[in-house]
Design a binder for this molecule. Structure first.
Ligand code: PGA
Length: 250
């Protein structure tokens, strides 16, 4: 089975009304009729409705950067999956390193989010990755095993299409120092084998994230187990993100 390529933009806490409008205007119809790849944009919550309107008919998917794993109710400041469904959105990012390390989301909380997203038939982009000290101490594979097992053991019921993993080494996020193609490939191959062995999921889409730029996309996408990318800084403007999402189109 050929895995569809995914180019995902994680805008984090950036891009407001004007930037969102400018991005979609500049991106235009580039994705229309394109079947070999999917472009996904994850704006921050206040701009999701605007982005949803602008993405209509453009063959661009939207994702939410976060949600709270409950139906509705007294959860001040949180956003439910039903609200996302209301906007036509069915992809969520879970486990991003900033939510793990800056906001303090725990393995147990991430497991609840994985479970709830599946229950509601959302597609998840589940992020994992080691810190620099963990890599230097040779703990990287153990860290990845732990992040995957705590989230997924006894907790996976979705289709392969609804499970996307993003390998994002923490030391590469926003630092300008990307993992080399060889470093990323080594880990992607490991993740694919792990997901095959433990969950029968060797065919899932695995993205790389961490300082992806127009000038390193070709090397990364040339690796057999890299099925796409999750891009932060270089995704904020249509020009650089276009050079990433259409890197092979000249
Ligand atoms: P970056 O962020 O591309 O700015 O390194 C990637 C991410 O955090 O998803």
């Amino acid at each position: 089975m050929t895995r569809k390529k995914i180019y995902a933009a994680n805008w984090k806490m950036n891009n407001m009304t004007a930037e969102t409008a400018a991005f979609f205007a500049a991106f235009g119809d580039r994705c229309v009729g394109m079947a070999d790849r999917e472009v996904v944009i994850a704006p921050s919550f206040p701009y999701l409705a605007q982005a949803a309107a602008l993405a209509k008919g453009k063959n661009i998917s939207l994702a939410a950067q976060n949600f709270y794993p409950a139906e509705n109710g007294a959860f001040t400041g949180e956003v439910s999956l039903s609200m996302l469904v209301d906007l036509g959105i069915r992809t969520v990012i879970i486990g991003h390193s900033e939510r793990r390390h800056v906001i303090g989301e725990t393995h147990e909380y991430l497991r609840r989010k994985v479970s709830f997203a599946q229950q509601k038939k959302f597609r998840m982009i589940f992020c994992i990755g080691e810190t620099l000290p963990q890599r230097e101490k040779g703990e990287l594979f153990a860290v990845i095993d732990h992040q995957l097992s705590t989230a997924f053991d006894g907790n996976l019921s979705c289709s392969d299409e609804d499970l996307v993993i993003a390998y994002e080494p923490v030391w590469a996020i926003g630092t300008g120092v990307n993992a080399t193609g060889a470093q990323a490939q080594e880990m992607h191959e490991y993740i694919r084998k792990f997901m095959g062995k433990h969950y029968g999921r060797e065919n899932i889409t695995i993205l790389y994230g961490g300082s992806v730029k127009p000038d390193n996309i070709a090397e990364l996408m040339g690796m057999p187990d890299i099925d796409g990318v999750l891009v932060g800084g270089a995704s904020l403007k249509a020009d650089s993100f276009g050079k990433i999402a259409f890197w092979d189109k000249g």
